[in-house]
Write a new protein. Structure first.
Length: 201
């Protein structure tokens, strides 16, 4: 699992971006800020002809149709086991990092990793599923759109983490929901995907 600190020279930032530090002087958390114009004009955001973030204007109906198509075309995977967050200080990083982790996030001097649950670790567990998108597909707004539908129709909030895998289309999402809502959430996603294929979305 490659891990790059925000100050690492391997981290290439677009022109005009800033690694945000903290008021107490602790290390930055790796958030990049840039103006919208920089985002549009910067070549580092491009992979081939596709942008990592799409900028467009469309009506609500057009957004709904586009995102229903995005959901139908995405490669959807559901983890067979539950996951939970494990937290530890940065001083313990070398011997605490778990190579089975799906996500590893730093907040100042504390790391949090999303790892498989043991049989005795079911508290605060999550059902995990992911979406990988075809390269070049405009999926802007997807997270907010689907998260809102899940909240409206199932009642639960969700947790979303993004990563990048150029060999699998680029940006991908890991989603998490409470295990007790698993069947309802997966059923909703299945119905939305089938509705688009049937031309009903």
């Amino acid at each position: 699992m490659p891990i790059i600190h925000p100050n690492d020279p391997q981290l290439i930032r677009p022109k005009g971006s800033v690694a945000m530090g903290r008021m107490d002087g602790s290390p930055p958390c790796g958030i990049l800020l840039q103006t919208a114009q920089t985002l549009i004009d910067t070549d580092e955001y491009r992979r081939g002809t596709a942008m990592l973030v799409h900028v467009s204007q469309e009506s609500p109906a057009q957004t709904q149709a586009r995102l229903a198509m995005v959901l139908a075309q995405a490669r959807w995977w559901v983890a067979p086991q539950l996951y939970r967050f494990e937290e530890f200080p940065d001083t313990e990083f070398a011997h605490r990092i778990n190579h089975q982790a799906l996500a590893l996030v730093r907040d100042g001097h504390v790391w949090s990793q999303l790892v498989p649950c043991g049989d005795d670790q079911q508290d605060d567990a999550f059902t995990i599923f992911s979406f990988h998108f075809p390269e070049g597909l405009d999926n802007s707004g997807f997270v907010g759109w689907l998260a809102s539908l899940i909240k409206q129709q199932v009642g639960t909030g969700v947790l979303v983490m993004c990563g990048q895998n150029r060999a699998a289309g680029g940006i991908y999402d890991y989603w998490a929901c409470p295990p007790q809502c698993r069947d309802a959430v997966l059923d909703l996603i299945t119905r939305l995907r089938l509705a688009h294929v049937a031309g009903e979305a």
